[in-house]
Write a protein of this length. Structure first.
Length: 404
């Protein structure tokens, strides 16, 4: 008798369960279809840095060591990945320059090796042409411009000719160009030479990226730049109080100038709860690293290897839900409008991200979530490329007006 009642209950529940699964499946199917139709870009992928450490890996091969590759970009409907030339703040002077040139060579090599699939985009027109031709536009960009050595404006021109189309002045530490959001003030914002670099970027047609720089340095960009600026991979400080994230004042300033904020998946910039646990883990590791440095003084290779093992041995906090990231999208949309927000995932450059995501193909889930929030196809077109391409086009127009 009990078994019969159970079967009746299960039978009654099946249509409802099936309906829920069908709705979820329909949402993802529509999202996939839209992602193949729309022009989709991501303004921050650190895959070149991963590739430099994987000399036997090719971009056309799927690897467990990366979150992005050619097959998965195709599967995701990714049309314009912005591939980052990232230089660690630990590299100085000509070492920084040499490293940046090596990374630009990695990116150029991908394009040369796979001409049927990839092309190097130097303009908005290149991105649109590649979409029509069925190729993926690789856009080169620079995170931390320390390779532009003091007094060497010619190096801005060199990187422009190599294909760099946005640049951020510094990273986690101050440099000779600007103050970092995660360091003590050195210049009070942008340095004198940094101001010259901003002017040269405007003249050439390079977008200026304010992710990682200090609040005062962002204000200097808003004051000095003749073209709109971008934040290639930043979130909302009001929701997650990390200095890497943007205040309402700065979001409003970027939007007022016609710029755009591209949102980041890094868990410590997404979730306030995760950030607390992240900082606790970071403090614990720092304490143990100090002991390693003291014990292995003068043995840098051994110390470095032991630190790597230490980091791997300390578990990360559970990842936040994707809903936390959507709150950043909603916040910016309410504050300044949907035309000022986009995607800058930071895949291959971060250690943790919302739990529902696995790699670049997960943008289907993002699209489905935005559809559930009532975003129209036109608004999604803006989110995935239109908003950023509007800025890039304006940067090109400003460059055209300035004396070459």
């Amino acid at each position: 008798m009990h078994f019969r009642h159970l079967m009746i209950i299960l039978a009654a529940s099946l249509p409802a369960c099936s309906a829920v699964l069908l709705r979820e499946d329909d949402g993802l199917t529509r999202a996939r279809e839209l992602n193949r139709k729309l022009l989709v870009l991501d303004t921050h992928l650190d895959t070149p840095s991963r590739a430099l450490k994987l000399p036997d890996w090719s971009i056309d091969e799927k690897s467990e060591e990366t979150l992005v590759d050619l097959p998965r970009m195709r599967a995701a409907g990714m049309n314009a990945p912005f591939m980052v030339v990232y230089t660690s703040p630990s590299l100085k002077g000509h070492d920084a320059l040499t490293h940046a040139l090596a990374l630009s060579d990695v990116i150029s090599g991908w394009v040369e090796d796979h001409p049927r699939d990839l092309s190097l985009a130097r303009s908005v027109a290149d991105v649109l042409d590649a979409k029509r031709a069925g190729r993926i536009s690789v856009v080169m960009c620079m995170e931390n411009s320390s390779p532009v050595l003091e007094g060497r404006l010619d190096l801005v021109r060199t990187f422009y000719r190599l294909g760099v189309r946005y640049m951020s002045l510094c990273h986690f530490q101050n440099n000779h160009l600007a103050d970092s959001s995660t360091d003590e003030s050195l210049h009070g914002g942008v340095s004198k030479f940094g101001e010259q670099v901003i002017a040269e970027a405007n003249r050439l047609g390079i977008m200026l990226d304010v992710s990682h720089i200090s609040d005062d340095a962002v204000r200097d960009h808003l004051r000095l730049s003749k073209a709109p600026i971008i934040a290639s991979h930043s979130n909302v400080r009001k929701l997650c109080d990390h200095p890497r994230n943007l205040t309402d004042e700065l979001i409003l300033g970027i939007a007022k100038g016609g710029g755009v904020i591209q949102l980041n998946f890094a868990a410590q910039y997404v979730s306030a709860d995760y950030l607390v646990k992240y900082n606790e883990r970071k403090a614990l590791i720092a304490l143990k690293e100090k002991e390693i440095d003291e014990r292995l003084a003068g043995q840098e290779e051994k110390a470095s290897a032991e630190k790597e093992k230490l980091s791997a041995s300390v578990p990360r906090p559970p990842p936040p839900p994707l809903e936390d990231w959507f709150e950043h999208v909603d916040y910016i949309a309410r504050l300044v409008g949907k035309e000022y927000v986009g995607l800058g995932s930071d895949f291959d450059g971060i250690g943790a991200w919302p739990g529902e995501l696995k790699d670049i193909t997960s943008i289907d889930i993002v699209t489905a979530g935005l559809l559930e929030r009532g975003w129209s196809e036109k608004e999604l077109a803006g989110f995935y490329s239109g908003n950023l391409l509007r800025v890039w086009k304006k940067v090109e127009e400003v460059s055209g007006r300035l004396e070459r």
